[in-house]
Design a binder for this molecule. Structure first.
Ligand SMILES: Nc1ncnc2c1ncn2[C@@H]1O[C@H](COP(=O)(O)OP(=O)(O)O)[C@@H](O)[C@H]1O
Ligand SMILES: [Mg+2]
Length: 265
């Protein structure tokens, strides 16, 4: 088997020194895979992604334990820009764009970590416009005046301008109409299939995430409560309940034969 592009072991994160958000999260993203990180609101998905990309500190969060290896090298507590230079980029939740800058200016910002030459930026922009034809049409428009779906495309396009190997993508479906969600996931699937970009995909929308991901982890209260191949996780019909904020599901009892219920730490 290929060396995993991302290996996370036993991550623990505390906010403001008292609020435990992650209590020992371990996961693996194989090279060239799409892995889903599922769970309801507050489960710890965003914290996991931000711990990996070293952005938790900006939120008064502290990594109190665990190890992160990217392409086989320990990157625990690396600076976010060092990781971006090495091809690990995050698309933040809520598709944050610079609203007053144009779509194209937003995209150009994404290339800065590579300090590319001008022709290279132009050809990368062309590539993004081929991937997201809507952005070509809107390239002069202030990003803040485009639709939610277009802003998500800008956010993903900006990440792609860094020519990433691994994208940490936080809730791409949030607040978007089903057709746009479909379009965005098709694009993620194509980037993965055609260019080998790996994705760690945080989603509350398990059904769409598991159609595109090969493997998934389910988080609850900062712990991995189940993980398995996408087909196996889909059979956990109880999975959907967890996203509606219902009663905690006993994954141990409901798991299918092959999906693994994680042992708690
Ligand atoms: N900046 C923060 N300060 C304090 N607590 C936070 C902060 N961000 C998240 N949390 C808490 O950490 C837990 C995990 O949140 P989060 O990672 O955002 O979950 P998810 O992305 O799955 O919705 C929640 O209990 C949340 O309230
Ligand atoms: Mg979140």
């Amino acid at each position: 088997m290929n060396k995993p592009i991302l290996q996370v072991d036993d991550l623990a994160v505390t906010y403001s020194q008292i609020i435990p958000a992650l209590r020992g999260v371990s996961l693996t993203v194989p090279q060239g895979a799409i892995v889903a990180l599922l769970g309801g609101n507050g489960a710890g998905k965003t914290t996991t992604l931000k711990a990996i990309s070293s952005l938790v500190r900006a939120e008064r969060g502290e990594l109190t334990g665990g190890r992160i290896a990217y392409s086989g090298e320990d990157v625990t507590r690396s600076e976010p820009w060092t990781l971006a230079e090495r091809g690990l980029v995050q698309v933040l939740e809520g598709r944050r764009c610079f609203g007053h800058l144009s779509v194209e200016e937003n995209l150009r910002i994404g290339s800065f970590v590579r300090r590319p030459r001008r022709p290279e930026i132009e050809s990368d922009l062309e590539r993004i416009y081929t991937i997201f034809p809507r952005l070509r049409v809107k390239r002069k428009a202030p990003a803040g005046y485009t639709s939610g779906g277009e802003q998500q495309m800008v956010a993903i396009g900006r990440a792609l301008m860094a020519r990433p190997s691994l994208v940490l993508l936080d809730e791409p479906s949030m607040g978007l109409a089903p057709l746009i969600v479909e379009e965005i996931f098709e694009t993620i699937g194509a980037l993965n299939r055609d260019e080998g970009v790996s994705f760690l995909l945080a989603e509350q929308n398990a059904s769409i995430a598991l159609r595109f991901a090969g493997y998934g982890y389910v988080l609850e209260s900062g712990r991995v409560v189940a993980h398995g191949a996408a087909d196996e996780l889909r059979e956990l019909d109880a999975l959907q309940d967890a996203y509606l904020g219902g009663t905690p599901v006993d994954y141990g009892a409901r798991r299918t034969n092959r999906a693994v219920a994680a042992t708690s730490a």
